[in-house]
Write a protein that binds this ligand. Structure first.
Ligand code: SF4
Length: 414
């Protein structure tokens, strides 16, 4: 590997980290002083935004320790056979960079992942060393999200949890057959074993914290994972089923979905085109239905078509309501919260407002309209003191009436 300065390594390793969606990230607005250099510039530095457990949006330095990897996962730009420029940080370089960015107020924490160097244990030792040094040598109190290497020694993974706020272990693909085909060196049992151990360690730490004030914290922001969408033949129904099982079995805080994007010099086993980004969005919406709206995985899957795919033109809650119209209209003045949460167009906050307002008075259509972006979408599915959607709920063209209008994009905008 050619000798590179830290700036050059940062450019390569921040760029390589952008393919990892498991810290919900978005590019930061560039703070570009003097052509990307100079004080205050964050251009090209891999700063992403993530949400802390308390809901705050925080900036993280998102980098890889190295983009060299001994594995050859077909979908990954860092795989052994990929023809990309390689770079590698030392643990101390990452520590220094994190502290310097932190002191300049560019970031509030670090997201660190890595290709596998030499062996899983060696890589995990390096990752742990970064977090250990930040916490113990420099008393770093910022947020740390570490990606763990699934078949690393459980003791190393446990040490990662002692220093990090969040740890993630990527399942990568929704089906075992997809993983076997595209990432043959990975083993679903090892990945799930690591998640199981992480769940147990988090639960032990929670128990200890209830009994002893001084008990050490362990991954207080929990564990998460990432699934690549569209690299294999898995349908949306397969993905929803897998996510639900991961949430139930391993107590994950989040499953992140990342639409597969064709990479330079891609393996021939991969599709040539990326899936529509809207597919990723619909999967996030279905994930929210399971986590916040009380939908079971089977209910979300029942909103898919014969091929197991969610519609792209309407959201999964609306798709479900259109399929199961016999449960509607719902009386917003009397229905239990679980049913209100199933009304298309009503979010959790709107439902809470309805629940508290209706204790004092009967709600009219106008009252509901004030709580939603589109009363046209909600109307066919509710009754209020002054509204009953006679025949509307059963109309054969209801989907057309409530689907968002397709907008013709302008070729030239002012
Ligand atoms: S192990 Fe991770 S970094 Fe290495 S090729 Fe597979 S996905 Fe890429």
């Amino acid at each position: 590997m050619a000798q590179l300065d830290v700036q050059a390594k940062l450019a390569i390793l921040a760029d390589a980290a952008k393919y990892d969606a498991s810290c919900a990230s978005s590019g930061t607005a560039k703070r570009n002083s003097r052509g990307g250099k100079g004080v205050g510039s964050s251009e090209g530095m891999g700063i992403c935004h993530a949400y802390a457990p308390d809901g705050r949006c925080i900036s993280l330095l998102k980098i890889l320790l190295t983009n060299s990897c001994i594995f050859d996962c077909a979908y990954c730009i860092n795989r052994k056979s990929s023809n990309v420029r390689r770079a590698r940080f030392t643990a101390q370089e990452v520590v220094r960079l994190t502290l310097e960015f932190y002191k300049r107020n560019y970031i509030e924490g670090l997201f660190l992942s890595s290709g596998i160097i030499r062996s899983s244990n060696y890589t995990m030792e390096q990752i742990v060393e970064v977090a250990r040094s930040l916490r113990e040598d420099h008393d770093f109190r910022g947020y740390i999200h570490l990606k763990t290497i699934p078949d690393a020694d459980p003791e190393l993974v446990r040490q990662a949890g002692l220093h990090a706020n969040r740890v993630s272990i990527n399942v990568e693909l929704p089906t075992t057959s997809g993983l076997t085909r595209l990432a043959p060196e990975k083993d679903v049992r090892q990945i799930e074993g690591a998640m199981r151990e992480m769940k147990a360690s988090i639960a032990d730490a929670d128990d200890a914290a209830k009994r002893f004030k001084s008990a050490p914290k362990f991954a207080p922001a929990g564990q998460s994972t990432q699934m690549i969408v569209g690299a294999d033949a898995a349908s949306d129904a397969d993905i929803v089923r897998r996510s639900s099982s991961l949430y139930d079995r391993f107590g994950l805080r989040r499953v992140y979905y990342s639409a597969f994007s064709p990479i330079p010099d891609a393996s021939a086993v991969l599709p040539l085109k990326r899936p529509p980004l809207m597919r990723e969005h619909r999967l996030y919406q279905s994930d929210w239905l399971m986590r916040f709206y009380g939908f079971t995985s089977a209910e979300v899957r029942s909103a898919t078509d014969a091929q197991g795919m969610l519609p792209l033109d309407i959201d999964p809650k609306l798709a479900w309501a259109l399929k199961f119209r016999d449960g509607f209209p719902v009386d917003v003045n009397r229905a239990p919260k679980e049913m209100l949460l199933r009304i298309p167009g009503l979010g959790t906050k709107a439902v809470d407002r309805i629940m508290s307002s209706r204790r004092w008075r009967k709600l009219r259509l106008d009252d509901v309209a004030r709580l939603t972006l589109s009363i046209a979408k909600v109307r066919p599915f509710i009754t209020t003191l002054d509204w009953r959607p006679t025949f509307l709920t059963d109309r054969t063209d209801l989907r057309m009436l409530v689907a968002p209008r397709q907008q013709q994009l302008e070729l030239f905008t002012a």
